[in-house]
Ligand binder design. Structure first.
Ligand code: BTN
Length: 255
């Protein structure tokens, strides 16, 4: 398989209105060049989707809704599929750090500011015998107003709320695209190891009681660390460490 070309070859499709940029990418990828990254963005999504079949409210014009489509040879070396969502979270974190903000990484792939969600990632994959197509969707609350943030079913914030000024969406997207192209290249060369240290150092809730739902069962423990392979290490009451590949975490507020 041809290695991916350099960043100059990223292809961008911007849509006025779409159900979901991930759905559009899955429907349309047969016409995309699999040797490049194609980034699809939209002004609004009428049926934006989050992880675990949740809705991603996507009002017109204020925020970033983007899906990065690309093809990678399989199997991945020194990495897991789930790491790709963590790579783009790391790209966003780098962009925010560059702008003087203090983001946190909420496992498995959310980004927080001031303890509130500012971004989430939905990674979908189509497997083929020797390669896989990735549809890496990221939503970032950029200029969302307080009243709209209050309609989200969990504590959420936006870049505008945190900094007190509106952000230029195009400029913000350009920075994220540049960073992600470099990060995907690094990921292909070095695997998740290149991202582990930064994400672990910015892990939200470290040392705090959390609940982790792994799809079957809810676990309670102390948020310990990010495993070197991207799993979450939870310290259980019996002193054992349990590592989670997938799931959702929330703080376990003790009354
Ligand atoms: C989550 O935190 O639950 C993931 C949210 C992912 C939202 C983005 S917005 C662009 C792309 N299109 C979608 O329908 N979802 C993702």
């Amino acid at each position: 398989m041809q290695p991916m070309k350099n960043r100059a070859s990223i292809s961008h499709i911007h849509l006025e209105s779409i159900d979901s940029t991930n759905e559009y990418a899955k429907r349309s990828c047969h016409s995309f060049d699999p040797g490049r990254i194609t980034c699809i963005t939209a002004e609004e999504q009428t049926a934006g989707r989050g992880r675990s079949n949740r809705q991603w409210i996507s009002p017109k014009g204020s925020d970033l809704y983007a899906t990065f489509y690309f093809r990678l040879p399989m199997p991945l070396h020194h990495a897991h599929i789930a790491n790709l969502a963590q790579v783009i979270a790391s790209s966003l974190i780098a962009v925010l750090l560059d702008r003087g903000l203090s983001p946190r990484f909420k496992w498995p792939n959310d980004v927080q500011l001031d303890g509130k969600k500012v971004s989430g990632v939905l990674c979908e994959t189509a497997f083929h015998p020797y390669y896989a197509d990735f549809f890496l969707g990221i939503g970032v609350n950029v200029n969302r107003e307080k009243s709209a943030l209050e309609r989200i079913d969990q504590p959420a914030t936006s870049l505008k709320q945190e900094t007190g000024h509106a952000w230029d969406l195009k400029e913000f997207l350009r920075r994220l695209q540049e960073r992600f192209v470099d990060d995907l290249d690094l990921f292909q060369r070095e695997g998740f190891a290149a991202f582990h240290k930064r994400l672990d150092s910015l892990l939200a809730y470290r040392g705090q009681p959390i609940r982790c739902f792994d799809g079957n069962k809810e676990w309670k423990g102390i948020c310990h660390s990010l495993n070197e392979d991207g799993r979450l290490n939870l310290l259980l009451p019996d002193g054992q460490i349990h590592a989670f590949f997938s799931g959702d975490t929330i703080p376990n507020v003790i009354q």
